[in-house]
Structure formats: structure tokens, C-alpha cells
Design a protein around this ligand. Sequence first.
Ligand code: ATP
Ligand code: MG
Length: 361
Amino acid sequence: MEKIILTGDRPTGRLHIGHYVGSLRRRVELQNSGEFDKIFIMIADAQALTDNFDNPEKIRQNILEVALDYLSCGLDPTKSNLFIQSQISELTELTFYYMNLVTVSRLQRNPTVKSEIQMRNFEASIPVGFFNYPISQAADITAFKATVVPVGEDQLPMIEQTREIVRKFNSIYGEVLVEPDVLLPDNQACLRLPGTDGKAKMSKSLGNCIYLADDPKEVQKKIMSMYTDPLHIQVSDPGHLEGNTAFIYLDAFCKPEHFAEFWPEYANLDEVKEHYTRGGLGDVKVKKFLNKIMESELAPIRARRKEYEKDIPMVYDILKEGTERAREVAAKTLDEVKAAMKINYFDDASLIAEQAKRYAK
Ligand code: ATP
Ligand code: MG
């Protein structure tokens, strides 16, 4: 069986370091591993409209921002198909048929949807489109027969929902769809990177992000003012690591070689943690170290972005070509789905012949 990746992001803002450690960094590694037959990376504008339907300009502007972030992180359009969801109407059509296979109560039980409804104050009145987005996500994944979906932890319930739809579809209509596997970050800190305010998730919608495109001054400012340990007031006080954003970011970004380069007083992160919890190590020193690491990671990304920013029409060409290629694949799957569901009347000569015969009697 072919190894196929599908994943993506909502164009609700620029991408941040949570996306980077949660999915983007891994995508680039997988792309460059050469192990995959096809890679589809989707800018999920139709999904973004489900909770931003009243602000289409925001989505329109951010498609380019997300594309620039992709390219600057190393997604290579000759290896990965970058495409725009709304331009492939086959995905909407698949969603419509999959809606028959899911109950309202099953959608209501989806924990990510539950918390997102709360976050958006949709409790009193949920737009049907938003409620339905896990089904639309199943259409996106299955249209490309993706076998692997590299995402952050918040997407687990979506992939589970997709797998259920695949099983139900195949059991009713025959083996057409492929059950995808989720690929979560292997580093605990990257599963759901918290925001700089210490909130559980860095998220465009919460405004607690370090963006990949932030300039060095902005990154430094955000790091120096980020949430750490409210009980660590004097340098000599013992510090706590749990929920300490600076240390969670260090867990996500720090590599052994960073010590020789940026902080030779310590041999590894465990030594830093030990000193911090014992007392005597101030937040400022920890944050300065984190800032140096972030700079070494973000500087090349920023530099590549500057290059792509010089030729915006080319970026749109990349998206257009990627969308055309992706559309061919989705159209083929939709044909198979319609045939399996017996709604391919005009392509089915045997149906017409058989009915003609019946009426000729
Ligand atoms: P929005 O607030 O519009 O939902 P978002 O910041 O949650 O935006 P998405 O576009 O919904 O971003 O998510 C894109 C991908 O990035 C998903 O795979 C998601 O799991 C991952 N991701 C998003 N935020 C984080 C995070 N803080 N830590 C790890 N992964 C994340
Ligand atoms: Mg999200």
C-alpha cells in the first residue's frame, strides 16, 4: 500500500512555534526522509470559515501567510503538494455523504469540539458548519487515502472520528476508504505547546503565540515576559518546573549541543532543572538561554521567508499547481465513493441495460 501523508492548518493567522513543534517540523523531516509516496499539505480555509464566516478577509489574507510559513520551514513544493481546501469542491461533496454516517450525539461527544465551542462562546447556538467540521476533516483525509496524519494532540479525536467513518463506510458500501494513523510528536512537550501566558495551548485564537515570522526583538520581548513560576520570586527561592512555560519550551527546543554553544556552565538540561528547583537560578538567565535557542531555530526560517516574500505571485503559482494536482486525486476518490454508493447512474451501463430489459418484457 502507498504511504500517503495529509495534514494542514487553518489560515486564521500566521503559524506559531506550537504548530512548528506539533506538526510542521515533523512534516519537513518526513518529507525529506523520502519514505512517502505522496504528501498533501492543506490550507484549510473552508474549515477556518466555519468559525470565521463573518470575516472572510481575514482568511483570504492569511492563506499567503500560511503558505509563506510552510515554504520558510522547508516544505518543498517539488516534494509536497501544497493546496487550498475550498478550491477542491470534491471535498465538500464527500463531506455531504459522510454526514449520513455520523450522529449528532457522536459529534457532541468530541472533546476538542466541546472545548472549542466553549472557547468561541457557541454554547447557546452552534453554527451547523462548525459542528460539522470533524466530518469535513474526515473528507479531507480520506479523499487523499492518507495513511499517516502528523498533527498535534488536539487533533486526536478528529482522527478517531475519521477512522470510525472509514469503517462504517467500508462496511456498508465496500472497501474504498483507507483508515489513517495519527502521528503525534514523540516529545511530550510538543504534544500541545502552551502559550506564553501559561495557558494550556498556544493558539492563534488566544493571542498567546510566538510566531515563526516574529522578528528577533519581538521574540525576545515575548520570552522575557512569559509565564514561568509565580512562586519563584527571589532568585534564591526554589523554582517549580510543572506548568513552567520556559522549561516546557526548553523541553521542546533544547538540544545537547546548545549547552557548549550558549551555556557552557551546564552540561545538560537536567543540570539546569536541578539548579532551578534547588534555588539560586533566576528566570532571566533561563529565559536568555531559551532566547538564544529560539533565535538559532528561527533565524534560518525567517531568512527563507524573506526570500519567498520577494516573489508573491510565485507563491500563488505553487498553491495553484498543488491544488490542481490534489484535485485530480480527490476527484478519483469521489468517483470511487459514488460508484460504491451506487450514485454513478450515467457511468453504469449495466444499470441502464438491466432496467431497459426489465421494461422491455
Ligand atoms: P485556531 O485557533 O484557528 O484553531 P490553531 O493555533 O489551533 O488555530 P490549527 O490550524 O487549528 O491552529 O492547527 C494546525 C496544526 O497545528 C494541528 O495539527 C494542531 O494539532 C497543531 N497545533 C496547533 N497548536 C498547537 C500547539 N500549541 N501545540 C502543538 N500543536 C499544535
Ligand atoms: Mg485549532
